[in-house]
Each structure stands twice: as structure tokens, then as C-alpha cells.
Design a protein around this ligand. Structure first.
Ligand code: PM9
Length: 485
């Protein structure tokens, strides 16, 4: 029998950024000052930062070299034309409107296409996407398959659109009140779960039959393409680049946060085929983002994005990127930690409701777990549950979604397997005695996207993580390079 060989990240480290170790007392103080919201921590107080994979990527030497080729002309920068060429080749859309990041593109698309009272179907909400749809007067309607809301379902394509739900919405409100289907690839809030090409094809065909356009959220479309290659019959030998082109070919355009797949620290775009829509988008771009050939970005940012897109579709890269996520996920699964199954593309999502069964949903278990994990080990994660969902627009009541999750998101090409081991061990330790974690109540709630800036306090006492019981082993994160017993 052939022995299974290990594989390693397909890059080596050329420059390092130092990490600061902190004491439990430092961390308890820092998280209290941050109102128990990991978004409000200073990054200097964080040891391993798994808050997000957005803009936290390590750029390659080729991308850094590209920065020096930045053409900082106000209009018609050569980097814009390079990016336009790459987007046409890799995503297949004719018109490129760069934006400062993903939500800039969402803003333009929502303002241009949505009228007050419209229904905007999507395969699960994303925070900024839904917010822009609502600011334009739309109502988000969830048309993802039911399995996506079940963290234990092993469905290989939990991002799929439920065609029956989509048809029902068309029958209910009429196609003229549906400005477009917002089709997210590798659905973030479901746990980084892909759509199958079969489903993308069918969902787009159904919409087009009724003259409803489809716009992809292509933020993690490359990760989606990788999963199609791994899981969908008939694509085993196709290149990730070809699968990406095919995904995009069924839709009318896309919004993109380049801070994820495209391996840069800032940037995004709207890309469409329709000439009139493109003209209107360029016109709105100059109001909110900057001239239509830079969209709020420097020429060097456009160049880094063009090079990053080319790197993002390389098989060795994407296999290692998703491979790291799966390594961390498997370590947690093997230790019995409840996580969203199957393991997703950009992060491991811990099921906080099952991790902390002693906390009622009103005490925001996922928020409490992010704060407690930081206090325990200096690992920063993100809440993706009731705080992120926000309130019901009509009743003003908190909404408690089926998924109450903590996301451990892996920046691309940043951390080593040892960092992932330290992270896994910290979580396994907490899971051994979950009642140490204290619930939270909200003390400050901002008007928009509350999860970014909300503040909390423990419902009892003054700490989010109680001390270990006498006799329980206390493990601190080990120094780099040492063997963890
Ligand atoms: N996603 C994330 O951490 C960054 C901020 S929101 C907590 O997951 C999708 C699918 C995203 C996304 C951002 C955006 C917005 C759109 N669609 O952050 O504006 O995951 O570039 O993109 C974040 P920007």
C-alpha cells in the first residue's frame, strides 16, 4: 500500500512580522476595554488574528514588485487597463468599474438596480450586501436551500439556490419587482459553502426565463471553483481558471471584494456585460468612489490586484489555501468540537450554540465565545450569529438565526501549520470546560451594521472567562518552536 505523504504550503517566507505574546491579565483588560467586541481590539494585543480573511492576505514578491509599477495618473492609468484585461480573461465580463472595496460595488449595483419595494433574492444574506439592498429600498429574501441553515448537514453544495423558493418568489411578487438575483459564490455566512455549477446554471436559466438578471458576489468564486473541481462529477480534471470562467459565464456580472480571493489588502470592482448599466455605473462611480479608471484606489493597488487575480487561480495556491482551513477544521472535529460541516473554504465556523449550551441565545453565545477565546489565548475570531444578523426591520426585535457561529478565518499565505495547532489547542481547552464562559448583554448598539462597533458586558461578574477550576491543567500558548506537550 502506498504511504500518504505530507504536503506543505507552496511558498516560503521572505519577510516576517513579529507577534506579541500577552498575559491572561493583559488580555482580560484588553477585551474589557474593547467592550467584549473583537473588532474593537488593537491588533497589537492579538497573537493569532483569525478575525477575517479580508484584506489580511500576504502579497507575493510579484505583487510587491507590481506596486512599483503603479501609474498614479489621475485618469487612464496603465494599471487600470492591465486589470481590465485580467478581469475580462479570468471573470469574462466586458466592463470593469473598480471600487475601493466590495461594499463600494454593492452600493453602486444596489443604487442602480433596486427601486423601493423591490424584493432581492439571495442565497443567504451577507451583512454589507443586504444593508446596501435595504438602503436602496429593497427587501432581502433568502432563497438558499434549507441544508445551509443546518450546521450538521453534510450537503456538498450548501450554497445552492432553492429553485422552488425562487420560483415561489417570482409567482408572489412578479418578475418586474425582482431587480436581480444576488448569487453569492462560496457562501460566507453559511460557513464558506459552495454552489454547484449545475445549480448555478439552473438558477440563472430560471431567472433569465423571466428576464431577471443575475449578479454574482464573486468575492470567493475561486474557492467555489476549487470545490466544484473536488466535488462535482465531470470537473475532476478541469482547471480552476476554466471553472471560474464557466461560473461567471452564466451570470450578467458580479460584485467583488478583491480583499479575499484576489490576494490584496484593499480593492474591489463591479464587472458587467450590459453597456447601458456599465455607463450608469461609471457615472455613479465618479460621485462616490473616484474617477471610473481608479475607483478610490491607487494605480499600484490596481496592479497588485491584477497580479493577485492571476495567482489566485493557480491550482497549488488554492489547494493549499483551502487545505489549511481543512487542517484546522479536522483538528477541531477530531477533538469533538462542534463545527459547521462540511468544512468550508475560508474559515472554520464553530457552532457556538452547541459549544455553550448553558448560555441562552439572548446572551449572545457566539459573541461571548469570541471574547472568551481571545481572553484564553490571544486568538481573535469573529461573531457570525445574532449580533451580525441584527434586528427585524418591522418588529425591531433581535433575530436569532439558526446559525450562531464563531468564525476562525484564515488569512491567505499568512500563518503556518504551527499557528493552526496553537489555535486548535486553545479551542479544545475551552471546549473541555465551556461553563467558564460567561454570557454577554449589549450596552451600546450602533445604527448600522452593529457587529462592527457594538459594546457588551458580562451578564454576571466582571470577566467573560472564569478561572479554571482547581486541579484543571492550565496551558498557556507555547513559545514558537517549542513542542507542545
Ligand atoms: N467580508 C468578512 O470578514 C469583511 C467585512 S464584513 C465582516 O467576511 C462578501 C461575501 C464578503 C464581504 C466582506 C463583502 C464586502 C461582500 N461580500 O469588505 O467591503 O465576505 O471589501 O466586501 C468580510 P468589503
Amino acid at each position: 500500500m502506498q504511504k500518504r505523504r505530507s504536503w506543505a504550503e507552496p511558498y516560503k517566507i521572505k519577510m516576517v512580522e513579529h507577534l506579541r505574546m500577552t498575559t491572561p491579565e493583559d488580555r482580560e483588560r484588553a477585551i474589557a476595554e474593547a467592550g467584549y467586541n473583537t473588532f474593537l481590539l488593537r491588533s497589537d494585543d492579538v497573537y493569532i488574528d483569525l478575525l477575517t480573511d479580508s484584506g489580511t492576505n500576504a502579497m507575493s514578491d510579484r505583487q510587491w514588485a507590481g506596486l512599483l509599477l503603479g501609474d498614479e495618473a489621475y485618469a487612464g492609468s496603465r494599471n487600470y487597463f492591465h486589470l481590465e484585461d485580467v478581469v475580462r480573461r479570468r471573470y469574462g465580463y466586458r466592463h470593469l468599474i473598480p471600487t475601493h472595496q466590495g461594499r463600494g460595488a454593492e452600493h453602486l449595483l444596489s443604487q442602480l438596480c433596486i427601486s423601493p419595494g423591490d424584493s432581492v433574492p439571495g442565497n443567504m444574506y451577507f451583512t454589507t450586501t443586504k444593508h446596501h439592498q435595504e438602503l436602496a429600498g429593497g427587501r432581502f429574501v433568502d432563497v438558499i436551500i434549507d441544508e445551509a441553515h443546518d450546521p450538521t448537514s453534510e450537503h456538498p453544495f450548501k450554497g445552492n439556490v432553492d429553485l422552488v423558493k425562487m420560483q415561489r418568489l417570482i409567482d408572489e411578487v412578479g418578475p418586474e419587482r425582482i431587480p436581480y438575483l444576488s448569487l453569492e459564490t462560496n457562501v460566507n455566512m453559511a460557513g464558506g459553502q459552495p454552489c454547484s455549477l449545475e445549480n448555478i446554471r439552473a438558477a440563472c436559466a430560471l431567472c433569465h426565463e423571466h428576464s431577471i438578471p443575475v449578479f454574482l458576489d464573486a468575492t470567493r468564486a475561486v474557492e467555489n471553483a476549487y470545490f466544484i473541481r473536488e466535488r462535482e462529477p465531470g470537473y475532476e480534471t478541469a482547471s480552476v481558471a476554466d471553472i471560474l470562467r464557466e461560473i461567471c459565464s452564466h451570470a450578467d456580472g458580479c460584485t467583488m471584494s478583491a480583499k479575499k480571493d484576489a490576494l490584496v489588502n484593499i480593492g474591489g470592482f463591479l464587472a458587467v456585460n450590459d453597456d447601458t448599466l456599465a455607463e450608469r455605473a461609471r457615472n455613479l462611480c465618479v460621485v462616490y468612489e473616484g474617477l471610473h479608471t481608479y475607483g478610490g484606489l491607487a494605480g499600484r493597488d490596481l496592479e497588485a490586484m491584477a497580479i493577485g487575480i492571476e495567482e489566485s487561480v493557480e491550482y497549488d495556491h488554492i489547494r493549499a489555501r483551502v487545505g489549511q482551513v481543512h487542517y484546522l477544521g479536522r483538528r477541531l472535529m477530531d477533538a469533538g468540537v462542534p463545527i459547521v460541516r462540511p468544512i468550508g473554504g475560508h474559515g472554520v465556523f464553530v457552532d457556538a450554540a452547541r459549544f455553550l449550551p448553558h448560555l441562552p441565545r439572548e446572551q449572545f453565545p457566539a459573541q461571548a465565545l469570541t471574547a472568551a477565546l481571545y481572553a484564553e489565548s490571544g486568538v481573535r475570531s469573529m461573531e457570525r450569529g445574532a449580533v451580525s444578523v441584527g434586528r427585524d426591520r418591522e418588529t425591531g426585535e433581535n433575530v436569532y438565526p439558526a446559525l450562531e457561529l464563531v468564525r476562525l478565518t484564515l488569512p491567505r499565505r499568512v500563518y503556518t501549520q504551527a499557528h493552526l495547532d496553537v489555535t486548535a489547542e486553545s479551542i479544545v481547552d475551552l471546549h473541555a470546560d465551556p461553563e467558564r464562559v460567561v454570557g454577554l448583554e449589549m450596552t451600546y448598539e450602533p445604527a448600522h451594521l452593529r457587529f462592527f462597533q457594538a459594546r457588551f458586558r458580562p451578564v454576571v461578574g466582571s470577566v467573560v472567562l472564569r478561572r479554571r477550576r482547581q486541579g484543571a491543567p492550565a496551558t498557556e500558548p507555547a513559545a514558537a518552536g517549542s513542542t507542545i506537550p
